[in-house]
Design a protein around this ligand. Structure first.
Ligand code: AMP
Length: 197
């Protein structure tokens, strides 16, 4: 079994529907059953904490990456397999990109979307082949995909980039798609996404 490292981006809050927490638990369970490792932001609050603690309880190796100035605000999960303390947000994302093979995006706020968009654009521009997939719990990401569709319709984004975005409404289905994309020889999308064609 390949020991893929999966970075999870998700809310530092839990949201107001138990389905979000259930989804965090489901992702942790999938990682455990597939022998995958977890990389995340390190914080113990919200869906971040739920995912990490469930994964640790199931024997998953969990690496947290947190900037020094956030340690008091986003109190790290206890007993992480590894906690990397970095200088700032840029170093956090760079370390996540370096260590991880693929990214799962769970519901969250603007911080979650900021991290996800940086990794998506990094793939599309050809910096990585590290696919990013959205777990669309209760249609949470429908409005984000509607925005991408609007960008296509307005001529700001090529159709193939939109069509090749990875999304599923189950943790198992999403991880299957991410593994296929990671193992495919070509990038999930291509550098033409930011060309002038
Ligand atoms: P949120 O979705 O707003 O609850 O944030 C989820 C996580 O994203 C939190 O751990 C934030 O610290 C993190 N985050 C927010 N902005 C950034 C950023 N610019 N770079 C890296 N992480 C960020």
């Amino acid at each position: 079994m390949t020991e893929f490292k999966v970075c999870v981006f998700c809310g530092s809050r839990s949201g107001n529907n138990p389905a979000y927490t259930d989804a965090a638990h489901a992702v942790a369970q999938e990682l455990a059953s597939r022998g995958m490792q977890l990389v995340f932001g390190g914080g113990g609050t919200g869906l971040m904490g739920e995912t990490a603690r469930t994964a640790l309880d199931l024997g998953v190796s969990v690496t947290g990456i947190i900037p020094t100035f956030l340690i008091n605000q986003e109190t790290p999960v206890e007993d992480l397999s590894e906690l990397l303390v970095v200088a700032d947000m840029h170093e956090r994302k760079a370390k996540m990109a370096e260590l991880s093979d693929m990214f799962v995006v769970l519901p969250g706020g603007i911080g979650t979307m900021e991290e996800a968009c940086e990794m998506i654009t990094g793939n599309w521009i050809g910096l990585y082949n590290k696919p990013v997939g959205f777990l669309n719990v209760n249609g949470f990401f429908d409005s984000f995909f509607a925005f991408l569709k609007d960008a296509v319709d307005a001529g700001f984004m090529p159709v193939p980039c939109y069509e090749r975005a990875i999304v599923d409404n189950t943790a198992a289905g999403l991880l299957d798609k991410l593994v296929s994309a990671r193992c495919a020889p070509e990038l999930p999308c291509n550098a033409d996404c930011f060309g002038h064609k």
